[in-house]
Design a protein around this ligand. Structure first.
Ligand code: SF4
Ligand code: SF4
Length: 410
């Protein structure tokens, strides 16, 4: 419920008190050949097929750079699907961005790595699903992807880039963590992000199937520490970053460094979001097809909605941490409580923190096969939208508690 003591109306920090964006995430497309059940794309991704063309993306890049953004990530979906990726990288380089490509590696070839390097790409990160090809195939929904990823990781390094690998950990692959690190070591990786799944988008839908037990998490972190010691003893310089799932924490993260503080996402259809998950909140977001990035960042209701502290529930307003964690993640608050204004339940002070303790305890009792993984694909996305419309009696607007995830699991 909204806190009645908080003014929920149209508080707007002035443009003078708002810093410029530093990061731009360009989600070039929601199309992807893989079907990861933990994908953070919106469940209704098939609704947004009208992608920005090259000229529109050039304009986005120029506007963002003129505003002060210096870091640029190209992601998706699978950004390699866009045939204009090299042209976009070239333009970004000319503008002076530091560019990063976040890819599954599917669709990459050694020639394309060279073309991207020639265009000026600074950094590439490739994601892996599992240590063994069989599980990787089940998780990605592709028989060929795993081998291609391994080959492309080597091609990236051969082209002079550091090899940076990312693995989303969850109940089905977390017990392979030793084998995963060994595989990365064997490949010659320079940095490995072992990122436990966070529950947004398709991962929220598949939460029951993906959530590890506390014992699995503890074992995985201990195994990572053992590997750190082994690598150090060998003088091997491969960094291992282990990211714990928010649900198992006691304090919330300072999501995106604060809503509309430093980070801006442009979605494939031109919607501008404070983070890539925000699209599933029950609010409207402006679009670069109609409004300049400058106006969106400084003037729009969407970007001003959760800036500052005035929107916060009393609990957060009276807490010393409010300027550090900004009350936690709005998407997490919404998905867990149905109220995007609530304190993030990850916070131990939240009256709803017990929800997470219960979820962890319940999940520990269930066997993995009790909740089959729902793949992220166009057919499932369309089914979800149909189901959502039916539950809303044909209305396009969801009520706060009718998120697609909640409806689907009913
Ligand atoms: S998480 Fe998987 S399905 Fe989603 S965009 Fe990345 S590779 Fe594609
Ligand atoms: S009460 Fe609010 S501001 Fe304080 S630690 Fe929790 S989420 Fe952060």
């Amino acid at each position: 419920m909204n806190d009645p003591t908080v003014n929920q109306s149209t508080f707007k920090p002035s443009a003078e008190s708002t810093s410029p964006p530093l990061w731009l995430l360009a989600e070039l497309t929601y199309r992807c050949p893989l079907q990861c059940a933990y994908c953070s794309n919106p469940l209704a991704f098939t609704r947004y097929q009208n992608e920005l063309d090259s000229e529109a993306w050039f304009s986005v890049l120029r506007q963002a750079r003129a505003m002060g953004a210096a870091q640029l990530g190209f992601s998706g979906g699978e950004p390699l699907i866009r045939q204009d990726l090299e042209a976009l990288v070239r333009e970004a380089r000319t503008l002076g961005f530091y560019t990063n490509l976040l890819t599954s590696g599917v669709g990459l070839t050694a020639q394309r790595v060279d073309a991207l390097a020639e265009a000026g790409l600074d950094h590439i990160q490739i994601s892996l699903q599992a240590a063994d090809p069989e599980l990787a195939q089940v998780l990605a929904g592709s028989a060929k992807a795993h081998a291609n990823k391994l080959a492309m990781a080597k091609a990236v390094k051969a082209a002079g880039y550091p090899m940076v690998l990312n693995v989303v950990l969850h109940r089905h692959n977390i017990d392979q963590i030793g084998e995963l690190i060994a595989l990365c070591d064997e490949l010659g990786a320079d940095a490995v992000e072992l990122a436990n799944c966070q529950y947004y988008g398709w991962a929220f839908l598949n939460r029951q199937a993906l959530m590890p037990t506390r014992e699995q998490l503890v074992r995985a972190e201990a195994e990572t520490n053992r590997w750190r010691e082994t690598l150090a003893a060998r003088g091997r310089d491969m960094s291992l970053l282990f990211v714990v799932p928010d649900y198992f924490e006691q304090a919330p993260k300072a999501c995106m460094g604060g809503w509309g503080s430093i980070f801006m996402t442009v979605a494939p259809d031109g919607a501008v979001l404070p983070c890539h998950s925000a699209r599933e909140l029950p609010m409207a977001f402006p679009n670069v097809k109609e409004t300049s990035l400058q106006d969106i960042w400084y003037q729009s209701d969407a970007f001003n909605r959760f800036r500052g502290t005035q929107w916060m529930p009393t609990l957060c307003q009276q807490c010393d941490e409010r300027d550090k964690d900004h009350g936690g993640c709005r998407c997490q608050a919404y998905l867990l409580t149905g109220d995007m204004n609530a304190t993030d339940p990850v916070c131990q002070h939240s009256p709803q923190h017990g929800l997470l303790e219960s979820l962890i305890a319940e999940n520990a009792q269930s066997a993995p096969e009790q909740a089959p993984l729902i793949p992220r694909n166009a057919r499932q996305s369309k089914q979800l939208q149909t189901k959502q419309l039916q539950s809303q009696g044909g209305s396009a607007a969801p009520s706060p508690r009718q998120t697609p995830e909640l409806i689907y699991r009913q």
